[in-house]
Every structure is written in structure tokens, then in C-alpha cells.
Design a protein around this ligand. Structure first.
Ligand code: GLN
Ligand code: ZN
Length: 764
């Protein structure tokens, strides 16, 4: 018999109940007991929804983040958050969110501020975890109370519970050493705590425990490989059987290591290539369970159940009871339930599976394997039909898009002249001063703008009135920029809800869910658009707004677009063709927009690639091919313009030293990046790499309410000028201004312009 289980379930709730409960609690409108009660109700509901499985995860739920939960369970709480008084929950959120210095009326009534722990991306997902902070002296002390309480809850609810833990090696790997000490040095202190935890679980009658070690899908140095051997030899606890879980990619060179650790079962992700499988079957000792993650936990498409059964049936015959089935990873990364998507086009909807539907698929597979395909004949038939319909749909496959793609040549991605020549032409046309000033695109999204957009969407505001409201906002934005004395203006992006959704909504090939929320961090969720078919632009998307903005001023107006790689990386992307191909389709659509903007007289065009770095594969050895097609897509989108049209791009991540070559290959005339928080340290990368084009290192940290003084900005620019010739420098903020208030933005930009003037040698 095949066993079914799940690695983790979304926590936020179908209607984002957890988000709203948390936010009320933080505002002091909801008591701690009430928050805990709502969390318990959600857990209960989620267990019910997973009730058909043989083993259900417990401990995957979190009020904020599961890595932070692990830190608390291990008694590893930053010193600064152990403040005087306040309960455990208070301390927990103190680490998660920080506490401003002026907050004197929280339960802890501390007067000094507490900095939040750093947050970073969970592998190649869009989920962010709280980074554990290590020192040479870090000690651990078990506090399993929360997990044990949840196990008790589960027991009372009749759940066949399988506790889920983040493994010790990945836990250390995901953290950061604050004093340069070796994190692995902490392993001997950490392991006894894990062992005690397993003993406590055994005491509760637990038999299987899932221990996640996702770093097994990444490249590991010898010492980290060795750490696995040391760790799992120490974690043998009578009564406890360990299922070691890896996911997000194949094991590759970690195969032998993973197969031979002294555990009772191994879970692998089979949705990102099956290369591992045959060798694993030979390597895996005959007593071990093999759990196959066959249903993708990373996308929203129905699985091909017939095809899965074709390769699973012989495996089931060979492995018997040792075969387990599961989604590839926790379902945290997909929306909860397709049921509620009543507004979604029924044809597209019939191709999709969210978390709940994925578990149905899993159970279907298990029944087909355990009882024969006949037992689930109708369901298999329905699955086959849905897939056939998707494969044949004229909305997925558009011959004209294919033809356009086939006609792409590398020439289309090359500017006519080298940057130095273009720069001269652009200077003639644009007549910009030295240290030109600009912004990244968006200006504050005021309550009125958001209100107008919502009213328009709901049909309560007609198109004419909406247009008038947006035009008024654009005009205000242009006037303010002129008054500030900025050199290259923007229209302010008032009409955009989100930089991907705005374009997706206007392109064929994209669909939007209503409740397809996925947790990004804490209470924050995103609703990625669904890219289901060939991408086609049917009409210009930004030209009218940009042209209107340009008509209001004699200064250069910068057109603002989202790049193909970012569109791709922030969407749920079709799985029936390579991502590179889909990205190129997006590139062609953006290219058309770029050329239309140029025709409309817009001679500075910015193409944002905020998410270029996010798409990097987990293994460095696979970076090269990704960067090749990602950069090529950008080039196709951007580089069809005349020499005197200036292309900008913007990237808001802060680490790019290791991909600087690829960024240079994009050949944008100007790149603006985030640098102010690191005090220009990020520009160190330019010591080793001679970046040929122009660059605007951010001088205003838009994530902070602080307003930089002109002197600070001049200082930053002087540092930048030590690395990059001054004639190639721009002056701009780190990122878009949409989350800030006008009252902050105006003085900050005014200081920025003053700083640029003083750099030019003009007295204020
Ligand atoms: N143009 C966008 C803005 O200013 C860029 C946002 C981003 O980089 N995330 O809002
Ligand atoms: Zn940015």
C-alpha cells in the first residue's frame, strides 16, 4: 500500500484570516487569547482539509514564520529581544517586526527600540524567513511547548500527526554569523537540543517525524556534507522514525549522502527533473521509505495523473509499502483553494489546482496505485480531458506568437552603436547636466488614488472620471518634479496597482485569481498572476499616460515599463514550455511597447528588472544558462531603439557583485540600483569589474522614513565617484516612492537636487 502525506499547508487562511487577526492584534484591537484561538481554529480547519491523507503535518503552522518558530523552539532568541517583561508572544513579534524606540505603551514598555531580525528569501521562492543570528557563544535550550501543544490539539482532533521540523544543518545554513565565527561550530551544541526534542516527541507517542533539510538541493562544501553525517548519527532516538525531506530541486551530487544517512525515509522532489530517481533507487538501503514529491507545490497547474501513474506503477510494484507520495514541497507556496475562484474563466479554471485540489490529486494517485486505475476511472478521465483541452486551447497557442518568436534574431537584441557613441547622441538630444537627477518611477500612492482605482474596478466610477482623476494626479506629480528641479521626470505610476499585474491585465495570456493569496512574509501576501498562454499585446499599455505626462513639461519624460524577466518571476508560469520561451514572448510584447513609446516621442525609457536576481537557480552551476536567456530577453525587449533613445533599467536587490557581467551584457544605457543602506559598499564590486555604462547608485533609502541631508547625499556620491567616473553617474533614490508620503518625498528629493547641484559646483 502506498502512503500519502503532506509536507506543509498554507497558514494564512482562505480569506487571509490569519493576516487580519495578526494585524488586529498588532494594533491592540485583538487580545493574545483571541489571536491564539483564531490560529487554533485555522489549524483545525486545515487539518480537516488534509483529513484524507495517511499522515498530516503538524508544526508547519506559524503565526509569522516557521524559521522564527524554530529559533524560539531552540531557545535561540536574539539578546535584544529578550526585553524586560512582556510574554512569549510579545517577544516573538519583537524579533519578527522590531519595535520602534518611541513605542512605550506596548506590554513590554521598553524604551529603547528593538531592531527586527533580518529577513531573506526562502530558497528560490517568494517566501521570506527571519534569518537566525549566530555568534561563537550562541547557546540553545529546548522549548517545545508550542509544538507539543499543537500535537495535543491534533490528537484531540483525531489527526494522524506527523510533526515537521526544520533540520539542524539547514537551520545553521540559513542563519548568519554575526561575528564571523563558523556556524558549524555550533552543531555540537545544537544536536543535543534536537535529540531532546525528538525524545519529547517520542514521549507523546509520535512515530514519524519529518525533518526538512532543503539545503540538500544546493551545492554543499565538504564540511556541510560532513555535518549531515554527524547530525543524523546523533539524532537516532528510540521510537522515532525520521523522514528526511529535501525539496525545490534534485539532489544531484548530494544523492549518495542523502540516501545513506541513518534515517528511515527520504523525501525527494520529482517535479524538477527525474534524473535523481534511477540512481536513488539503487542507492537507497532496502529498509528505507522513499517519499516521492510528485505533485508540484510551486505552481498552480493540474498534474498529468495518467502520465504520473505510468511511471509510478512499476515503482509501486517494486517498492511496495516503502513508497510514499506527497506534494514536492510544502503547499505554502500555492494558493489555498480553487473552489472560491468563481469569477475565473471556467476554461482556464479547469486547468488549475490549488493546495486543496493538489491533495485530491495525491489521493487519486494513491487509490489508483492501491486499488487499480479502474477505482478512479472517472476522475482520471476528467483529468485527461482537462489536460487535453489545455493542450489544444486556442488561447494557449497562438500561431502568430509562435511565428513572431521564430523570427527573433540576436540582431534584434543589439543596439546599433556602442554605449559611448549612444551616450554622445543622447547627450545632444537630452541636454542633461552632470550628475543628472531622476526617480525610479512611482510617486506616493495616496489614499485618494487607491480609492479612485478601487471605485473604477468596482464599476462605481466611469472610465472618463477615472481618467480625469489619474490625469490630475499625473499633473500634480509633474508639477512637483519641475518645482523640485529634477532633470528626468516620470509620470508617477498612479494608475498602477502593481508593476506586474498592471501589465498582465493588459496582455493576452494572463489570468487573475481573486483569492489566490500566497504568503510573502508575516502577514503579507501576494497574489501572483497566472500566465497560462502565449503572450500577446493587443494595444499600447502605457503610451497614453506617458504622452499626457510628457505634454505637460519641456523636460525629458521617462517612460516606465516592467521587464520580461520580472513579469515571469513574479507570476505563476505555464509549465508546458520552457520558461525561457515564455520569457521571450513577454520580451516581444514589451519590445512593441518600447517602440511605441519611442514613436510617441518618449526618448528615455526605463525597463524595470527588479526580480532578475530572484530567478537565479539554487545551484550556481545552473546560473549560466538562466542568465543567458534572461539577459537575452531583456535585450530583445529593450534594444530595438534608436541610438539617441536612452534605455534605463532598475534593479532593487542589493547583491549583484556575482552577476555584474550579466548586468553589463544587458547593455542598458543607465542602471539604477539600491546602494544607500550599504553606504555604497555594494559598489565594491566595481573595483573588480569595469562596468562600462552609466549608473545611478541610490542615495535615498526609500524603505526608511529618514530624510537624507544634502551633505549625506554628496558624501555618498563622492564615494560612488571613487569607483565610477563622475561623468557616468546619476543621482536618484534606491527604489520607487509609492510607499512613502509626499511630506517625506518632497524634502528628500529637494535635498537630492541640492546635492546634485553642489556636485556640479553650483552654489545653493
Ligand atoms: N518603477 C517601479 C516603481 O518605482 C519600480 C519598483 C521596483 O523596483 N520594485 O515603483
Ligand atoms: Zn526597486
Amino acid at each position: 500500500m502506498v502512503t500519502t502525506h503532506n509536507l506543509g499547508y498554507p497558514r494564512i487562511g482562505k480569506r487571509r484570516e490569519l493576516k487580519f487577526a495578526l494585524e488586529s492584534y498588532w494594533k491592540g484591537q485583538l487580545g493574545a487569547d483571541e489571536l491564539e484561538a483564531q490560529a487554533a481554529a485555522l489549524r483545525r480547519q486545515h487539518w480537516d482539509e488534509q483529513g484524507g491523507l495517511d499522515l498530516v503535518p503538524v508544526g508547519d503552522f506559524s503565526l509569522y514564520d516557521h524559521v522564527l518558530d524554530t529559533s524560539f523552539m531552540l531557545g535561540h532568541v536574539p539578546e535584544r529581544a529578550r526585553g524586560p517583561g512582556g510574554d512569549a508572544l510579545d517577544a516573538y513579534f519583537r524579533v519578527a517586526r522590531g519595535r520602534p524606540a518611541q513605542d512605550r505603551d506596548g506590554p513590554a514598555a521598553c524604551c529603547a527600540g528593538v531592531a527586527a531580525a533580518e529577513m531573506t528569501k526562502w530558497f528560490d521562492t517568494n517566501y521570506h524567513y527571519m534569518v537566525p543570528e549566530f555568534h561563537a557563544g550562541t547557546c540553545f535550550e529546548l522549548d517545545a511547548s508550542r509544538l507539543l501543544a499543537q500535537l495535543e490539539e491534533a490528537r484531540q482532533a483525531g489527526v494522524r500527526a506527523k510533526p515537521v521540523l526544520l533540520g539542524p544543518v539547514s537551520y545553521l545554513a540559513l542563519g548568519k554569523s554575526k561575528d564571523g565565527s563558523d556556524r558549524l561550530g555550533l552543531l555540537p551544541r545544537l544536536l543535543p537540543v534536537y535529540a531532546r526534542l525528538l525524545q519529547a516527541l517520542a514521549g507523546q507517542g509520535v512515530s514519524w517525524v519529518q525533518i526538512d533539510e532543503p539545503i540538500l538541493a544546493t551545492e554543499l562544501d565538504m564540511d556541510w556534507q560532513q555535518a549531515f553525517n554527524v547530525a543524523y548519527r546523533q539524532l537516532r532516538v528510540p521510537g522515532i522514525r525520521i523522514l528526511l525531506a529535501s525539496y525545490f530541486g534534485p539532489l544531484l551530487d548530494n544523492r549518495y549522502l542523502a540516501a545513506n544517512l541513518p534515517v528511515d525515509g527520504l523525501h525527494v522532489d520529482t517535479t524538477r527533473g527525474l534524473d535523481d530517481l534511477a540512481p536513488l533507487l539503487n542507492l537507497l538501503p532496502a529498509h528505507k521509505v522513499l517519499s516521492l514529491g510528485v505533485i508540484s507545490g510551486r505552481n498552480v497547474w493540474k498534474s498529468d495523473l495518467g502520465a504520473l501513474l505510468d511511471w509510478l506503477e512499476p515503482l509501486a510494484a517494486r517498492l511496495g509499502d516503502r513508497l510514499w507520495l506527497a506534494p514536492s514541497c510544502s503547499l505554502l507556496h500555492v494558493p489555498m483553494d480553487l473552489e472560491s475562484e468563481t469569477a475565473l474563466d471556467p476554461e482556464i479554471r479547469s486547468w488549475l489546482a490549488f493546495a486543496r485540489q493538489k491533495l485530491d490529486e495525491l489521493q487519486l494517485l494513491a487509490r489508483a496505485l492501491n486499488q487499480g486505475r479502474e477505482a478512479v476511472r472517472d476522475a482520471l478521465l476528467a483529468n485527461r480531458e482537462a489536460l487535453a483541452c489545455r493542450r489544444a486551447s486556442a488561447r494557449v497557442h497562438r500561431p502568430e506568437v509562435r511565428a513572431a518568436l521564430d523570427a527573433v534574431t540576436p540582431q534584434m537584441g543589439r543596439r546599433r552603436s556602442v554605449h559611448a557613441l549612444r551616450a554622445a547622441r543622447q547627450a545632444e538630444l537630452l541636454r542633461l547636466p552632470a550628475f543628472p537627477t531622476t526617480t525610479i518611477g512611482s510617486f506616493p500612492q495616496t489614499a485618494q488614488i487607491r480609492h479612485a482605482r478601487a471605485e473604477y474596478k468596482a464599476g462605481r466610477l466611469d472610465a472618463e472620471a477615472y481618467r480625469a482623476a489619474m490625469r490630475a494626479e499625473i499633473e500634480r506629480c509633474v508639477r512637483e518634479q519641475e518645482a523640485l528641479g529634477l532633470d528626468v521626470l516620470v509620470h508617477g505610476e498612479a494608475e498602477r496597482n502593481d508593476m506586474v499585474e498592471y501589465f498582465g491585465e493588459q496582455l493576452e495570456g494572463y489570468a487573475f485569481s481573486r483569492n489566490g493569496w500566497v504568503q510573502s512574509y508575516g502577514s503579507r501576501c501576494v497574489k501572483p498572476p497566472i500566465l497560462f498562454g502565449d503572450i500577446r499585446r493587443t494595444r499600447p499599455m502605457t503610451v497614453e499616460w506617458t504622452r499626457f505626462a510628457a505634454s505637460l513639461t519641456a523636460r525629458p519624460m521617462k517612460g516606465m515599463l516592467t521587464g520580461p524577466v520580472t513579469m515571469l518571476n513574479w507570476s505563476f508560469v505555464r509549465d508546458d514550455q520552457p520558461r525561457a520561451r515564455t520569457c521571450m514572448q513577454l520580451a516581444l510584447a514589451i519590445r512593441d511597447e518600447v517602440l511605441d513609446l519611442q514613436d510617441a516621442g518618449v526618448r528615455v525609457i526605463q525597463i524595470d528588472e527588479a526580480a532578475l536576481r530572484e530567478g537565479l537557480p539554487l545551484r550556481r552551476s545552473q546560473w549560466e544558462p538562466y542568465l543567458a536567456w534572461a539577459v537575452e530577453s531583456f535585450r530583445i525587449a529593450a534594444n530595438g531603439v534608436a541610438d539617441d533613445t536612452q534605455i534605463h533599467t532598475h534593479m532593487c536587490y542589493s547583491e549583484f557583485h556575482d552577476i555584474l557581467g550579466a548586468i553589463a551584457d544587458m547593455d542598458a544605457d543607465v542602471i539604477t540600483i539600491e546602494t544607500s543602506r550599504s553606504d555604497m559598499e555594494l559598489l565594491d564590486a566595481f573595483d573588480r569589474f569595469d562596468y562600462p555604462n552609466q549608473i545611478g547608485p541610490g542615495v535615498y533609502d526609500i524603505h526608511s522614513p529618514n530624510i537624507p541631508t544634502p551633505e549625506q547625499i554628496v558624501q555618498l556620491m563622492r564615494k560612488a565617484a571613487q569607483r565610477i567616473p563622475a561623468e557616468r553617474l546619476w543621482v536618484n533614490p534606491d527604489c520607487g516612492l509609492k510607499t512613502r508620503q509626499w511630506s517625506e518625498v518632497l524634502p528628500a528629493l529637494s535635498n537630492m537636487v541640492a546635492a546634485a547641484r553642489s556636485l556640479r559646483g553650483i552654489k545653493a
